[in-house]
Design a protein around this ligand. Structure first.
Ligand SMILES: Nc1nc2c(ncn2[C@@H]2O[C@H](COP(=O)(O)OP(=O)(O)OP(=O)(O)O)[C@@H](O)[C@H]2O)c(=O)[nH]1
Length: 396
């Protein structure tokens, strides 16, 4: 009987031995990483031996997927894609100033309309009502509009001047007060405790979320940071593809699943794990947002965040809102705020709306600053928000 089993036993032993030696070799190769403090943007130059070759189609297989919390050093690395020809993103400094034309054009009614009203020979009750209406039409919100009208009324009464430069300075000061230049709009994207900063990007589909993650990756690359993207919007396969393409253009790898409908928390976990392994500065996770099923969204987002936190702190939760949606955006914001602790707002499509006042309304509603604004479909049409530049663009 033993004589019949021996060949089988030998084959099993040989297979196990090959698997063990193969695993050990992969683990050895993966430890040959760029040392901290080495050259920046290392993804195109310092590759693991089993990374996809530039321009190639090969991506790493992830056998059976990786369950959250079960991934260890021996598990296969997630799929990582990069591309050879890199674009150079536009410098970040002063972007809002460069893009101010778009803001001025779309919000001319607010700025110039207010200036015209305030410059009238006599400002009677009807004019104050028009001013309030202009503010409300720009989506500034009821309370900030009333506050602004009151402040302007007081100043006009006390100063009693209608001199254009003086009126403009007054309007500038009062608008700035409601936009609030004192809010901390810093993006927390610095490595800490030996780990990458983790940025979770949430928002309803169609608000420009994936586009924003792509644009923000460019902002960070322009700031000389090593970035890694996680495509946790697994609901739509094209979303992961779209994200990977954004990353490829600037040499930023994307962790994604090939399986449509894969567990988003699992992809987020893999992305953060990969970010820790390659010693990235920032891992940015794109998520899905389908408000049709509010309870499901809450569960999913909550799980994504908890799963990430098994490995690293979530440093930023950015809520992406479409500025053209007005009150709808406010409702969305309220829903997301119940699920995750939002640390900053990205207001997209400000180039296509006269409702720039939404900046004020949304900040008031959430008590969270607008940190970035989208001002076009171009890859570098995302700007860090600056209260003074914003107000200047509106009233000039
Ligand atoms: N004009 C303008 N268009 C923008 C801006 N940001 C995004 N878009 C456009 O908005 C559309 C939707 O953007 P997506 O990034 O696909 O939206 P999404 O919310 O990620 O949707 P999913 O990929 O399904 O999750 C695209 O056509 C973008 O080019 C912006 O600041 N201004």
């Amino acid at each position: 009987m033993n004589g019949a089993l021996d060949p089988v036993l030998i084959i099993v032993v040989v297979i196990v031995a090959i698997a063990v030696i193969g695993g050990a070799l992969i683990a050895l190769v993966r430890t040959t990483r760029r040392p901290r403090g080495g050259p920046r943007s290392p993804y195109a130059s310092t590759r693991d031996a089993n990374d996809p070759v530039p321009g190639g189609v090969g991506t790493l297989e992830r056998p059976g997927g990786t369950a959250p919390g079960t991934a260890g050093p021996d598990t296969a690395p997630p799929d990582v894609e990069t591309a050879p020809e890199l674009e150079r993103p536009a410098p970040v400094g002063g972007r809002l100033v460069r893009l101010r034309d778009r803001l001025s054009r779309s919000n001319s009614t607010l700025g110039r309309g207010l200036l015209a009203l305030l410059s009238r020979e006599t400002i009677d009750e009807g004019v104050w009502e028009e001013i309030e209406e202009t503010l409300l039409l720009a989506d500034l919100g009821t309370d900030p509009s009333l506050q602004l009208v009151e402040a302007l009324r007081d100043r006009v009464r006390i100063e009693g001047t209608r001199e254009p430069e003086r009126v403009k300075a007054m309007l500038r000061e009062e608008l700035l007060r409601v936009v609030d230049p004192t809010m901390d709009r810093t993006l927390n994207t610095a490595r800490h405790d030996g780990r990458p900063a983790v940025v979770l990007v949430v928002g309803v589909n169609g608000t420009g979320k994936t586009t924003t993650v792509g644009k923000l990756a460019r902002v960070l690359v322009a700031e000389d940071k090593d970035v890694l993207l996680g495509a946790a919007d697994t609901f739509r396969a094209a979303a992961a593809e779209q994200l990977a393409t954004w990353g490829q253009r600037v040499g930023v790898p994307t962790v994604r699943s090939d399986v449509e409908g894969a567990d988003p928390a699992s992809v987020a976990y893999d992305a953060v794990r990969a970010g820790i392994e390659v010693e990235a500065d920032v891992v940015m996770i794109d998520t899905a947002g389908r408000l049709q099923n509010k309870a499901g969204l809450m569960d999913e987002l909550g799980k994504v965040k908890r799963t990430i936190e098994k490995q690293a702190a979530v440093d930023e939760v950015l809520l992406v809102l479409d500025a053209t949606t007005g009150q709808n955006g406010m409702t969305q914001a309220a829903v997301f705020a119940q699920v995750v602790n939002i640390t900053g707002i990205v207001l997209t499509k400000l180039d296509g709306t006269a409702k720039g006042g939404i900046v004020v309304a949304i900040q008031r509603a959430l008590g969270v600053p607008v940190k970035l604004v989208g001002l076009g479909e171009g890859p570098d049409d995302l700007a860090p928000f600056d209260a003074e530049d914003f107000v200047d663009a509106i009233i000039d």
